[in-house]
Design a binder for this molecule. Sequence first.
Ligand code: SF4
Length: 457
Amino acid sequence: MPESASTFIAKSTVKSADLDHRRKINFNIGRYNAAVPAGKAQFPDISSARERAKNIKWRAIETLDEQLENFEAAFTKRGGKVIWAADAGQALQEIKKICEAKNCRSIVKSKSMVTEELKLNDFLHEQGIESVETDLGEYIQQLDGEPPYHIVTPAMHKSKEDVAKLFYEKLHTAPNLSPEALTLVAREKLRKKYTEAEIGITGGNFLIADIGAIAVTENEGNARLSCAFPKTHIAIVGIEKIIPSVTDLGLFWPLLSAFGTGQQITVYNTIVTGPRQANETDGPDDMYVILLDNGRTNILANPKTRESLYCIRCGACLNACPVYKNIGGHAYGTTYSGPIGAVITPHLRQMDEWKHLSYASSLCGNCTEVCAVKINLHELLLENRHEAVKQGAVPGSEKIAWKIWKKASLNRNLMNKGSRKIKNWVVNKLFKGWTAHRADLDFSEKTFNEMWREKKK
Ligand code: SF4
């Protein structure tokens, strides 16, 4: 078993028995569940809105090369620079080059899962560059030395008491501050950073092909400050974030808000079209967009799993998943957790190392039910299992066990052989993995043939 799988099992086992963790998650997801109906109510027909969004993303992904080239042409026309990065290493080297050219010592950064994928903060730290998270949830996580727990709500697993304790320990504030007071502390610490930083780094919720811009959605205004104050702005965006037209935002902005947080529209929605123009008074001198592949074209190459690229990272499938709610975001050991993480990680990384995530599902289909863009997530989890078997990424013992099972269950004479006791012993020993967390399989005293004959008498 790969180390990633045994670590996942060990962490999940601990977390699923942690009642305090479950209480916090249930509380926070409960608040999300209470808010979402109000967000969805703005759509006269939520199902067709989701369908429409899926169709737009289908078109965008089917013509990805063309859309990205359109984006590049329009963005560079206004002086923006586009960098194509095939993998994390290439993206990091490009960022390093920009930092060196700008003599950068400090960076303000807004929330971005792609930068988590790159482990950007660790890399910048190694280069002697301070990189400060400016989203409150990410700031809390950075202070605690933890990665984000959830793709939308990075500190979802922490109660307000946990955060007060953390600030008390790390920032020497008074103990037991209220959430409002804690926010003011963070705000005061961060304000200075915006004006000192040479570079601001953001992600991008959408890449807009026709006008060559990025769209950033947030609730705190920190992303807007991160790209407005520093002289240089770098946006790092996964290539799948493309949408064909700026008019598509009329659907995607409210959809993302409704499914992400239950808002009708997120507080700050910014469209950034490039560096400051001659007739403009503010904005950065230079703007770079790094278009990141990092395994996404592996997903694109597979016609079945391709639809996972439609994801707008709203986090709804995580909140709905019974597995996520019990084991939490950190047990996955991946950048993207929950159902969408289980679907894409084996393709973004290695199937044999990460296929176990696709088995950590009851296949209840709740993720598919709630997905903002109607991705058939539970079917893609099954598809991953199928792929893993096709690629031979399953242990020999499992293959032999299923071969024996198939042979026996297709042969009536074999099924009739042996007593109940013997059959129970063979099957429960053979499928030890299955019975580790389930009751033993229990054969009937009589065979099917015997019962059938009795019935016919
Ligand atoms: S897969 Fe669907 S529900 Fe999950 S984060 Fe992506 S868009 Fe949201």
